[in-house]
Design a protein around this ligand. Structure first.
Ligand SMILES: Cc1cc2nc3c(=O)[nH]c(=O)nc-3n(C[C@H](O)[C@H](O)[C@H](O)COP(=O)(O)O)c2cc1C
Length: 191
């Protein structure tokens, strides 16, 4: 009598499709989403990085990563609409969430404030979606992204403009996601 061999992790990956959906304005969130999807593919998974508005049928995906740029301490409205649309599937299949802000661009006393930002920005999403992981990444912030008043306000917060994306942090998180998806542990694992 023969028994079917366990599927190899490559075989499991080819059968598993991950959606990395994102909302952003100036390109950093898109770049991070595309990087995550590329790393997932390197690990053998099938992965699409798509803006939230371009996602058609959510039911073709087995796991989800959802990210948004942070504006005024909140996810963008289109990202929140997408979360409402997919919440039930996200909870059932497992979801990872990421926010892209500028904690690394702040100086002095505002650094401590930045450490609390994720709770403010994503706390309600964490309660609602029980994600398997969540991160607040830093993106790119340039003066031309802001209004005159915005520039004055952020200067007062010690903001230094620049590209604060930390690719090694993004890569490490994507590898954790791949490991968890390929490992097949159900939703509700460690964040
Ligand atoms: C109008 C505006 C408001 C912002 N508000 C915040 C904020 O409250 N907290 C934060 O961490 N970053 C804030 N940022 C910084 C952006 O989230 C950051 O630049 C991010 O990389 C933007 O992503 P994107 O390039 O995908 O649009 C703000 C940026 C803009 C343009």
């Amino acid at each position: 009598m023969t028994t079917d061999p366990e599927p190899s992790s490559r075989q499991r990956g080819e059968d598993t499709k991950v959606l990395v959906a994102y909302a952003g304005v100036h390109g950093s969130t898109r770049s991070i989403a595309e990087r995550i999807a590329a790393r997932l593919r390197e690990q053998g998974l099938r992965a699409d990085a798509l803006p939230v508005e371009a996602v058609d049928d959510l039911r073709v995906y087995d796991a989800f990563v959802v990210g948004s740029a942070v504006h005024d301490m909140a996810w963008l409205p289109e990202a929140l609409t997408f979360v409402r649309r997919g919440a039930e599937l996200f909870v059932r299949h497992g979801v990872w969430i990421f926010s892209v802000g500028m904690p690394a661009a702040l100086r002095g006393p505002w650094k401590a404030f930045a450490a609390k930002e994720e709770e403010h920005v994503a706390g309600h999403l964490i309660d609602e979606l029980r994600p398997r992981g969540h991160r607040l990444f830093s993106g790119v912030i340039r003066p031309e992204h802001l209004s005159g008043t915005g520039r004055v306000k952020l200067r007062a917060m010690g903001l230094r403009y620049g590209d604060y994306r930390d690719w090694s942090e993004v890569d490490a998180w994507a590898r954790d996601i791949a490991r968890a998806v390929l490992g097949g542990a159900g939703p509700g694992g460690p964040a």
